[in-house]
Design a protein around this ligand. Structure first.
Ligand code: FNR
Length: 188
């Protein structure tokens, strides 16, 4: 049975290397995974004042997560943590209290950065947040992708064969993780 995977890009940049990576990962994924982006760029800043009258854009965001069997977070690191836009999106997904759509949702976290430690610290922070939201996160393998000229070809595919092979294995491991966990998603 194919699984629908919503990918969430932590960057709002038009030429985001993380969005390019997300598309490349979609192409490397096994056929049982169907990946589509769940955009976060139109979400206003979360405040609990909205809880009694959730904005349509936020409800649609939550519905897209609910309709997905799993989530793939592809994020840059901002100042050694996740971008504020991504944290804001996660906050919307978990409210109003008692309607956290991340609960039980299998997830994986990857990211690209030009820096030598890539997005390791942002990913650690994100995994800590996803532990609180009770979303089972793929533990291994980890994928810290260092971006440099030549990582992607003109079509946005991974040009370096060893990296493409590693990321193919990563997506296979994610598929196995979803298979293990997709029955845990509660009805809300
Ligand atoms: C960065 N960048 C960055 N890189 C990193 O490896 N660790 C970091 O802590 C930060 N901090 C940071 C803060 C802010 C505000 C910006 C704008 C950038 C650099 C970042 O990795 C680079 O801009 C990537 O290209 C961002 O990914 P996208 O937007 O291209 O997907």
């Amino acid at each position: 049975m194919p699984y629908t995977v919503g990918y969430i890009v932590g960057s709002l940049a038009r030429k985001s290397i993380n969005r390019t990576l997300a598309v490349a990962l979609s192409r490397l994924a096994p056929p049982e995974l169907r990946l589509t982006e769940i955009p976060i760029g139109e979400l206003p800043l979360y405040s609990r004042d909205h809880d009694s009258d959730y904005p349509v854009v936020a409800q649609e965001f939550k519905d897209a997560i609910k309709a997905s069997d799993a989530l793939l977070f592809v994020t840059p690191e901002y100042n050694r943590s996740i971008p504020g836009a991504l944290k804001n999106a996660i906050d919307w997904a978990t409210r109003p209290y008692g309607s956290n759509v991340l609960n039980g949702k299998p997830a994986a976290v990857v990211g690209a950065s030009p820096g030598p430690i890539s997005t390791a610290l942002a990913q650690q922070h994100l995994k800590s947040i996803l532990s609180f939201t009770d979303s089972p996160v793929l533990g291994q393998p980890e994928a810290y992708i260092q971006f440099g000229e030549g990582l992607f070809d003109d079509e946005g595919d991974i040009r370096v064969p060893s990296t493409a092979e590693f990321l193919t294995g990563y997506m296979r491991a994610f598929a196995a993780h979803i298979r293990r966990h997709h029955h845990d998603i509660p009805d809300l």
